[in-house]
Design a protein around this ligand. Sequence first.
Ligand SMILES: [Zn+2]
Length: 392
Amino acid sequence: MRRLVLAAMLPLTALAVFSCSSIQEPVSVPTLANVTMTVRPVRVLLGVATRAEPLMVSARSDVTVLDGDGKTVRDKVSLRKTPVGFTKKAVSLGGVDWGAPAIILVPSPGDHIQVDDTVYAGEIVLVKRGESVAVVNRVSIEDYVAGVVTCEMPSRFERAALEAQAVAARTYVLWQMKQRRLLLYDVTDDTGSQVYGGITGTTGSGKLATERTSGTVLMYNWQFLPAFYFSTCGGRTVNASYLRGAPLIEPLTGVECGYCKASKRYRWAITIPGEEIEGALGQAGYITGKLLDLSVVKAIDGGWVDTVEIKSSEGVKQISGYALRQVVGTSRLYSTNFEIEKSGDKYILRGRGYGHGVGLCQWGANGMADLGHNYVDILKHYYQGAGVLKIY
Ligand SMILES: [Zn+2]
């Protein structure tokens, strides 16, 4: 397997970033002069096949099957909605034992492999793990990014916003690839990493944004930036101490936004009956008695809730805003930037934004693009102090 080569990286502080306001031409960014950068394929975990829920693989043309070392086991293998399974020591396809705990399915030139209902570029790697088989898509980073952009951002968004999204998605996966290089896969295909829909989930605008920013990434301190992003900040992004796994570095300290007012989650309010939140807090093990009151006791960066106080018949307890959002549900309590008002036996939560609040505000990116900013302007606003560089 090829390794990610990051040789002879220049100090970013020595590089100027050139902005270009041209509508038609891609924005010009600095490149690594005379350095050939090779990036290995991304390994995306698509799912885990079990006896109860086998995943189906298929291809229009015959595929070649390789073993885990990349040697051809057999070519011209027909896959027609074939279930992925396993025997005691090996992966099986359609009940046929392949005699190896890992096999690689390589499509014919011009064809692609489908897993359940989704078509993927690249190869499909099947690895037996106990009583299951991990199904991993090994795909070029540019095909991967194209399959992420409009799964993560509406395809109707401005081109510069989609281009900023492509660079953030490319950088995020490079950061993950470095962290997880010795593990079976780099990312999952869902919100645990980045939502990835393969060729099926690739739109024309997502592909164009990927092509126009090909090889362009965010760097900080000679490293790939952990380029977190989310839907809407509601006025200010929050510093990374707020998000588990995000290092507190200059580009993730939070910025004023003011560009995301068009988002319907810029401001919101939800009402939750007291007994419902009492039940949820009880189920999560935070209270045992009756809920008497719920209030914000500490907020940072323009309203992002650090600490919530719960008064119950058993006493007083403090939990994080993050924990309360998990209890209520992340798609119901849109963000952790809120105030709490008690009204009779109900709690009214009035809030700002949607998502975890760290890094790039996607609706803000679209607002900046609407005002004529290019993707480099957008990235340098939300990730202040980071460099934008074309590495291949
Ligand atoms: Zn915003």
